[in-house]
Write a protein that binds this ligand. Structure first.
Ligand SMILES: Nc1ncnc2c1ncn2[C@@H]1O[C@H](COP(=O)(O)OP(=O)(O)OP(=O)(O)O)[C@@H](O)[C@H]1O
Length: 277
């Protein structure tokens, strides 16, 4: 297969790549997990990483976040070579990167508002009033305006994801990573989250990398999809290109249909409102 990164279609995107990974190898101990991965994301692009369990998605994500330094190849994020960056440069880089991990990972002992405000308090010296205004604005962006004083335990699964997203974007990152946004959500809430991701890209001009198992979600939000298999990039292409791929492993992956749960929208909304009243 030809090098997929040489022909990423992304009309409208200009400038340097926000992520430029070439020949990336990653190891756990003596076991090689990623094999010469090339991965390039342009400004404003939504890239979905797909792949079966154990294909290396989380390992690639950790490398993209600069959490592990590459053993082979190069990772440049927002123009910074993470292998050569000083500790100070890495701190500055991380301020421009938002991350929403699987499960939401909100601190249960803090209010939703304090969770969202956390990066602001950690990275910036702002007065308390400004912190409150900025975090409330971001809660509004994710349709959780007015929920700042609730505790995470009072939120539904979808709301927790959105609150975690508000926290991930509170610093107006250039680059947003989203790990399994749909995991554990029913299709209605999952579809709402997909819409939100698209809106964020359009309104805030972020570049977004999403790791997901959910095909429907991937096809809806992706500009481009990278398919990983056993630590190698099988393909990077548009939704249509991936769907039409003449590759047995990709077709195997695509034909494993996600289980759909029947949900009545009215019933669901009523339940949500009751829970949060
Ligand atoms: N900390 C670790 N130490 C050793 N091996 C690991 C570690 N984390 C992952 N692996 C191995 O690396 C390979 C890739 O794992 P990774 O978690 O990146 O896959 P994945 O595509 O994210 O899988 P899943 O969809 O199940 O989360 C697997 O074989 C896994 O067992």
């Amino acid at each position: 297969m030809t090098n997929p990164e040489s022909r990423i279609p992304n009309p409208g995107s200009t400038g340097d790549p926000v992520i430029d990974v070439t020949g990336l190898d990653a190891w756990y101990g003596r076991r090689r997990i990623l094999h010469g991965v090339d991965f390039r994301v342009m400004p404003g692009e939504i890239r979905v990483i797909m792949g079966g369990s154990g294909s290396g998605k989380s390992t690639l994500l950790r490398q993209l976040l600069g959490l592990n330094r590459p053993r082979g190849g190069a990772v440049r994020l927002l123009g910074v070579d993470v292998a050569r960056a000083s500790a100070r440069e890495m701190v500055q880089l991380r301020r421009q990167i938002g991350v929403s991990f699987q499960g939401g990972a909100l601190f249960t002992s803090m209010t939703v508002g304090d969770n969202v405000a956390l990066p602001l308090r950690e990275h910036l010296r702002l007065d308390e009033n400004t912190v409150r205004i900025m975090s409330r604005l971001k809660l509004e962006v994710v349709n959780l305006g007015g929920f700042q004083d609730l505790m995470p335990s009072q939120l539904s699964g979808g709301m927790i994801k959105r609150a975690a997203l508000a926290r991930a974007i509170v610093m107006d990152p250039k680059l947003l990573f989203f790990d399994e946004p749909s995991a554990g959500l029913d299709p209605v809430v999952s579809a709402e989250l997909d819409e939100l991701i698209l809106q964020l890209r359009d309104a805030m001009r972020m570049s977004i990398v999403v790791v997901t198992h959910e095909l429907e979600s991937a096809f809806k939000i992706a500009d481009t999809i990278t398919v990983l298999d056993q630590g190698r990039v099988l393909m990077t292409g548009t939704v249509d290109e991936v769907r039409a791929a003449d590759n047995e492993r990709i077709q195997d992956l695509l034909n494993r249909r996600p289980r759909e749960v029947e949900v009545n929208v009215d019933e669901y909304l009523r339940r949500l409102t009751e829970e949060d009243a």
